[in-house]
Ligand binder design. Structure first.
Ligand code: C5P
Length: 316
C-alpha cells in the first residue's frame, strides 16, 4: 500500500511558544477547486460560493529569518513581475499577524516560487498562508491554526484553506472552510499552465456579464465521489462555474481542454478562475503519460503533475 499524502489524524499543529533562532522554512501547496458553485454577487462585491478546495503537491517555499526590519526577496515563477513591496500579500499577512499579536513586524523573508502567478491555483494566497505560519514560528507567537485562519480570512478568500490544506468545503466568499474527510486516498492530476495569467476580479466580472447564474449547485455528488475513491466516478462530478467566463476571456483554453481529453484524461476543467487547466488521471503512472503527451502537443507553457490532497502551510 502506498503512504497517504495526507493523513487526517496527523494534523497536530506544532505551536511554538519560543521564538526560533534559526531560519524557519515553510512549504505551502497550490489549490484546485473540485467543485465551484458561484452564487449571486453580495452587497460587499464578493460572490457567495460553495466550493470544494483540494490542496495539491505543487509548492512554494517561504523562509523567514530574524531581522530588524521587514524585507522580501524571491526567486522562481513570477520573479520580476511580482511586486515585493507592501502590496504583496506576504507583506500584508506579516503586518496583519504583527498587528494581531503586538509583535514587531520584523523578518527577512525569501520566497522560492513554483506556483505560477494569476493561474487559478491560489499561489498568492498560498504565500500569504506561508507567511502567517512562518512568522508565527519565527516570533514564537504560537497561535492556533484557527486563529491564523481568522487572520487569513481578513486578507483573502482562499487563504484560510491554504492554512488548513487537505480537501475542504468552502462557503461564504470561500473563507469559511471545514475539512472533508476522504480517508487518505490520493488523486492524481496534470496541470497545463498557460503563458499569461487571468485576473480573478475580471473573471468574476465576466461571470456576471454572462448572466451570473452558476449551475454547479450542491457539492453533495462530488463529495460522495471522493468517498468512493473511483477516479471514473469523480471525473463525472468535477464542476466549475467560472469555466465559461475563463473560456470567454481565453477561447484558446478550449483547445487545451480538448488536447487533455484527447490524450486520455478522465476529465479536464479550468482551475478556479483559470487559466490553468487541470486533468484527472487514473493513477500516478497515467498522470506521467498524460503529462508527456500534453508536453509533446506544446499547447501550453508548462505541464506539471501533482497529487492531492496534501497538508496546507507547514514548517519543514
Ligand atoms: O478574496 P480574494 O482577494 O482572493 O478575491 C479576489 C477577487 O476575486 C475579489 O476582489 C473579487 O473580485 C473576486 N471574488 C469574488 N467572490 C469571491 C471571491 C473572490 O467576486 N467569493
Amino acid at each position: 500500500m502506498t503512504e497517504p499524502l495526507f493523513s487526517e489524524d496527523d494534523e497536530e499543529f506544532d505551536r511554538p511558544r519560543l521564538a526560533a533562532h534559526g531560519p524557519v522554512r515553510v512549504r505551502v501547496p497550490a489549490k484546485i477547486n473540485l467543485h465551484l458553485h458561484v452564487g449571486p454577487v453580495r452587497p460587499d462585491g464578493f460572490h457567495e460560493l460553495t466550493t470544494v478546495y483540494h490542496a495539491i503537491g505543487l509548492y512554494d517555499e517561504l523562509t523567514a529569518r530574524r531581522g530588524d526590519t521587514l524585507t522580501l526577496t524571491m526567486e522562481g515563477e513570477g520573479t520580476g513581475a511580482l511586486s515585493l513591496g507592501e502590496d504583496n500579500l506576504i507583506m500584508r499577512a506579516v503586518r496583519a499577524l504583527a498587528a494581531e499579536t503586538g509583535h514587531d513586524a520584523f523578518a527577512r523573508l525569501h520566497l522560492k516560487k513554483q506556483i505560477p502567478i494569476a493561474a487559478g491555483l491560489a499561489g498568492g494566497s498560498a504565500d500569504a498562508a506561508a507567511a502567517l505560519v512562518a512568522c508565527d514560528h519565527l516570533w514564537g507567537t504560537g497561535l492556533a491554526r484557527d486563529d491564523l485562519a481568522a487572520i487569513a480570512a481578513t486578507l483573502g478568500s482562499d487563504i484560510p484553506f491554504l492554512v488548513l490544506g487537505g480537501t475542504a468545503l468552502g462557503t461564504g466568499r470561500g473563507e469559511l472552510v471545514s475539512p472533508v474527510l476522504t480517508g487518505g486516498h490520493a488523486w492524481h492530476w496534470v496541470l497545463a499552465v498557460a503563458d499569461e495569467g487571468l485576473s480573478t476580479p475580471v473573471v468574476y466580472k465576466t461571470f456576471d456579464e454572462l448572466g451570473g447564474a452558476g449551475v454547479a449547485g450542491s457539492p453533495d455528488d462530488l463529495l460522495a465521489a471522493l468517498r468512493q475513491r473511483d477516479p471514473e466516478v469523480l471525473a463525472d462530478r468535477l464542476a466549475n462555474d467560472l469555466q465559461a467566463a475563463a473560456l470567454h476571456l481565453r477561447p484558446e483554453l478550449r483547445q487545451v481542454l480538448d488536447a487533455g481529453l484527447d490524450a486520455g484524461a478522465l476529465a479536464g476543467l479550468v482551475s478556479g478562475s483559470g487559466p490553468t487547466c487541470v486533468f484527472l488521471a487514473e493513477d500516478a503512472r497515467h498522470a506521467a503519460l498524460l503529462a508527456a503527451e500534453l508536453e509533446a502537443r506544446a499547447c501550453c507553457r508548462a505541464v506539471r503533475t501533482a497529487a492531492g490532497p496534501v497538508p496546507g502551510a507547514r514548517v519543514l
